[in-house]
Design a protein around this ligand. Sequence first.
Ligand code: FPP
Length: 250
Amino acid sequence: MGLPFFTKKRKIDLPSEQPVLPKHVGIIMDGNGRWAKKRGLPRKAGHREGAQTFRTITRYCSEIGIQYLTVYAFSTENWKRPEDEVGSLMKLFKSYLEEALSDFKDDDIVVRFIGDKSGFSPELQALMRENEESSKSRDGMVLNIAMNYGSRDEIVRAVKNLCADVKSGRVEESAIDETLFSDYLYTAGQPDPDLIIRPSGEYRISNFMLWQAAYTEFVIMNKLWPDFQKSDLDEALRIYAQRNRRYGGV
Ligand code: FPP
């Protein structure tokens, strides 16, 4: 074991001396359906359990000093799932936005939604805005919940908005560079993810943060999301700490 790494509230043994704790962690919360199937339960039971894991891991990330956490909760492609599964996910989101997210108040967590809110019911949209409004002056970890999010969609929107600004003269074409373009994404002003974790053993990016993940370290874990524990996050952080990030250099 290497040097102990001290976080805000907890000590984790991490094996290297480089500044190891990622600023921004992304999680593709995958495997709820398989978790339920293994137990002969309906898929919605897996999502319910996954929502509990989301709550635990979000708190934990805030506790150990992660500054930004982005979780993939519902993609632009997830609407293709059977109607009753989409319906139960919407119910779950609603109950979370009504109750559980206010729990994050004690942890000082800033809640943000990335994705196209207009795809949701007016009730859900209002709850999303309420959560953003009521948490925006907190100064703890920023939690981005990706809902009706697709990275290609995000990039196309960014291009359209940027074109409109060029057309109206607000932006000079010659001023367009990677930094300016990043400001048109949902994650404007935030650092790119240092680490993306995908539980459930799938080796796919699934339309998640394609632009932002240009130099992100990926850790794939063989655990279904509802089984994912704090110790699994510790393990992902240890793996990350051993990576040698070169950003295309040597
Ligand atoms: C992917 O697993 C998971 C989802 C599409 C839903 C994720 C949602 C939650 C964990 C609830 C989080 C709640 C809030 C409020 C953010 P899958 O269904 O694709 O699993 P499978 O690959 O095993 O079928």
